[in-house]
Design a protein around this ligand. Sequence first.
Ligand SMILES: Nc1ncnc2c1ncn2[C@@H]1O[C@H](COP(=O)(O)OP(=O)(O)O)[C@@H](O)[C@H]1O
Ligand SMILES: [Mg+2]
Length: 226
Amino acid sequence: MALVAVANVKGGQGKSTWSAILKSHLNGSGRLLDLDPQQGDAHTWAEAARVDSKLIWPETLFEDLEAAANDNLWWHVADCPPNEGEATRAALALAAIVFVPLIPGGAQDAQAWGRMSDLLDEAWKVNPDMEAVVLLNSVRPTALSRDFQDLLQSWHSPEDGRNFIGSVPMHVAIAETIAKGKAPTDPAVRKALKGFDKVVKIASSVTLAKTFISNRVQAKAGAANE
Ligand SMILES: Nc1ncnc2c1ncn2[C@@H]1O[C@H](COP(=O)(O)OP(=O)(O)O)[C@@H](O)[C@H]1O
Ligand SMILES: [Mg+2]
């Protein structure tokens, strides 16, 4: 059912981790596209987890992303590199959902969020139906985490496609299952993934909305031909 891009302009925020989590839970046989091929973290996980994946090099970037975005059957997940280069921009231009994991660790993370939200604003100009889903990841109970929460709550505006869905704690089970190449269905991991059900809900509501819209368009086209 189209493309979920997992993006943040900064490294170490949980992009590859969440690409694996989303790929494990979004229905069925979509592919995991690793847009950070030199690092290859998502691809390495996918090989161990026996999940269909592909390293995406610049030569086939647009072709592969377009094929994924136009797939009517499955969700495909694109793990983006930690920058605002061409691969990230292309993924954002084509994605139905952009999932942004964000660690509320310090000033650099706040700065990264500033750049990321600018990048989202740019993407909406070419991809107005895109849903952005932000999750605070690897959260510890600090005053800074609370500041990030307040910041994102004021950004949150679902009717504009801006969704802040909550916080997931720093949890060793999350890091360990991914590192072992397992699918994160273990109850300990599920418990740690408090924001996760909302992610799936948003993914499926976007699917429903898209189905609804395309049915409407077809019905209108049918009426016009009669
Ligand atoms: N919620 C979490 N709890 C504990 N460790 C986490 C969590 N999210 C990510 N990590 C760890 O943080 C590190 C960076 O995550 P990664 O997904 O590789 O980030 P990115 O792809 O954005 O560079 C990894 O070692 C990963 O296991
Ligand atoms: Mg990564």
